[in-house]
Design a protein around this ligand. Structure first.
Ligand SMILES: Nc1ncnc2c1ncn2[C@@H]1O[C@H](COP(=O)(O)OP(=O)(O)OP(=O)(O)O)[C@@H](O)[C@H]1O
Ligand SMILES: [Mg+2]
Length: 306
């Protein structure tokens, strides 16, 4: 089946701890009730999330010929996986804490070996192309080439840079700003929005980002919900009240649910509410285990509006 959406970018295994009070001291050991293995990587999470929401999706990324690569192939069933072979599958160790903060230790592995020349452009199909995790994969400035191909083929392009582990140097920030010329829908979180624009509040961040090219901004505000904007309108959308277990990847589910709304031509406010609800539901389990179906999101929306 031809996909409605193609996602390109990072894929890795996530090793997720149950909640800790604090980091263990050096030369010490702590015992946890559980440590889980999940698929991860923002672009792969996006694919898994939009697939769970009922949309046919293709994913292009790179893994190693190892046990983690095998795990990911199995775990992402339902996604049309087009996995290239690299040296070793990427790994993120996600340490989660009682106060809902988390720390990540990432080995990008094959993700940083993902280059534009590896990608068979004829596989980029559907109505939307989503590219994620700019700093963890190797597409860099060539990201624009892929986006231009998608535009030539009448696709809409969405982009989620993720956080820059290098601390947003001028060079990185300029590179991202240049790529935004080719982006239609941009999904930063508030910290990323501030880092890219230097602006302080939601409205000014969105205004500055819209001036760089995108037509729609989905600005993610964590437990505060989101602010969604175009040049003509902007809405702050309150979060859904849930008891989060693990918020890792909530942003990727937000992106996926937002694209679903876009594919259905919903208005901006409805799309933002749906994305907020889907992302909130995804925080109720570890990793990708509680990614919602469209029916589950609709139920939450009905309960909240009743
Ligand atoms: N504690 C929470 N309660 C309710 N909704 C939440 C909570 N945390 C996150 N969300 C929802 O998830 C969305 C995305 O979260 P966040 O702002 O953390 O994105 P992010 O930083 O890109 O996440 P990540 O990169 O870890 O996937 C928010 O816009 C909100 O809708
Ligand atoms: Mg994010």
């Amino acid at each position: 089946m031809n996909p409605e959406v193609t996602s390109i970018g990072d894929i890795n295994v996530d090793i997720i701890t149950s909640k800790l009070k604090d980091m263990p001291q050096r030369d010490s050991q702590i015992i946890l009730p559980e440590i889980r293995l999940s698929s991860g990587g923002c672009a792969a999470n996006f694919a898994k999330a939009i697939s769970k929401l009922g949309t046919a999706v293709r994913f292009i990324g790179k893994v190693g010929e190892d046990v983690f690569g095998d795990f990911l192939r199995d775990n992402l069933n339902g996604v049309d996986l087009r996995l290239l072979t690299g040296s070793k599958t990427g790994i993120t160790v996600a340490i989660t804490f009682d106060d809902e903060t988390r720390s990540f230790i990432t080995y990008p592995g094959s993700n940083s070996e993902l280059k534009v020349r590896d990608i068979d452009f004829s596989l980029i199909e559907g109505k939307c192309l989503h590219i994620a995790s700019f700093f963890l994969q190797g597409l860099r400035e060539n990201t624009s080439e892929i986006m231009e191909y998608a535009h030539d083929n009448k696709m809409t392009v969405s982009f989620d840079t993720g956080w820059d582990p290098g601390g947003w140097s001028n060079e990185d920030t300029e590179l991202v700003k240049n790529i935004l010329h080719n982006v239609d829908i941009f999904f930063p979180n508030i910290k990323e929005g501030k880092a890219i624009t230097g602006a302080k509040d939601e409205r000014s961040i969105c205004k500055e980002l819209l001036d760089l090219g995108p037509e729609v901004i989905g600005l993610k505000l964590g437990k505060m919900g989101c602010y969604v904007a175009t040049k003509d309108e902007g809405y702050y959308i309150a979060p859904f009240r849930v008891k989060p277990v693990d918020t890792t990847g909530a942003g990727d589910v937000f992106d996926a649910a937002f694209i679903l709304g876009y594919l259905r031509s919903w208005d901006l406010e409805k799309t933002g509410r749906f994305a907020n609800a889907a992302a909130a539901l995804s925080t109720m389990g570890y990793g990708t285990e509680r990614y919602p179906t469209e029916g589950e999101v609709r139920r939450l929306l009905r309960v909240e509006s009743a």
